[in-house]
Design a protein around this ligand. Structure first.
Ligand code: DX5
Ligand code: ZN
Length: 220
């Protein structure tokens, strides 16, 4: 079984000590940096934009996993490639021509991810799953860190895993929102490959140990 990955969400970092927090993730057992870009239109919150991402990628030494919670993501694909994104995830709900968007992300040299809101059925990916490198299942309504995990996510992970297997795809399953040591094991047992964790990691007394424990739990 391939190793399960931990992606701390920088949204929960201390922005006044961003370099310190990035170095902490570099030195930890974490696998990726999860970067939340919010535009205040697709979601009711604004996070940060290009100058901050540029500052992050200058110091980050691990895979840059960018989660776009924005309308018209096509407009910024090349910009995010230029800024050093390795994986670019767009929301299904924000894409009129999802297949075209996936092609453009790959043409720009990145892995292509698709995020689904909690209300969006797995079935909508039936015809695109073989073109998707990663599906990000939102286990909270996107827009804010620190929200409670939605229990229906377990069922969706199982449904998505079944679709991936049925179609012979190699798509990774990422879970985003409310991930803690209470749900990590059940999520990977259901089929999750990547666990995003923001407030659980950065809000901990010892974030390095928290990442280590979460990674061990996910791979137990
Ligand atoms: C929510 C973001 C998440 C968020 C996760 O809209 O996409 O990535 O930062 O934060 P926690 O782990 O605190 O729920
Ligand atoms: Zn996210």
């Amino acid at each position: 079984m391939s190793s399960k990955l931990i992606a701390p969400s920088v949204l929960a970092a201390d922005f006044a000590n961003l370099q310190r927090d990035i170095e902490m993730i570099n030195a930890s057992d974490a696998d990726w940096f999860h970067i939340d870009i919010m535009d205040g239109v697709f979601v009711p919150n604004i996070s940060f934009g290009m100058p901050v991402l540029k500052a992050i990628t200058k110091h980050a030494k691990k895979t840059i996993d960018v989660h776009l919670m924005i309308v018209n993501p096509d407009q910024y694909i090349q910009t995010f490639a230029d800024l050093g994104s390795d994986i670019l995830t767009v929301h299904y709900e924000a894409c009129t021509h999802l297949h075209r968007t996936l092609q453009a992300i790959k043409a720009a040299g990145m892995k292509a991810g698709v995020a689904l809101n909690p209300h969006t059925s797995i079935n909508v990916l039936e015809d695109t799953i073989n073109d998707i490198d990663m599906v990000c299942l939102m286990s909270v309504n996107p827009g804010f860190g620190g929200q409670s995990f939605i229990e229906n996510t377990y069922t969706k992970v199982e449904q998505l895993k079944a679709l991936i297997t049925k179609k012979g795809a190699s798509t990774l399953i990422e879970i985003d929102g409310g991930v803690t040591n209470k749900n990590a094991k059940q999520l990977v047992d259901a089929g999750a490959d990547v666990l995003v964790a923001g407030s659980y990691v950065f809000g901990a007394t010892n974030p390095t140990d928290t990442v280590k424990d979460l990674k061990a739990l996910a791979n137990s």
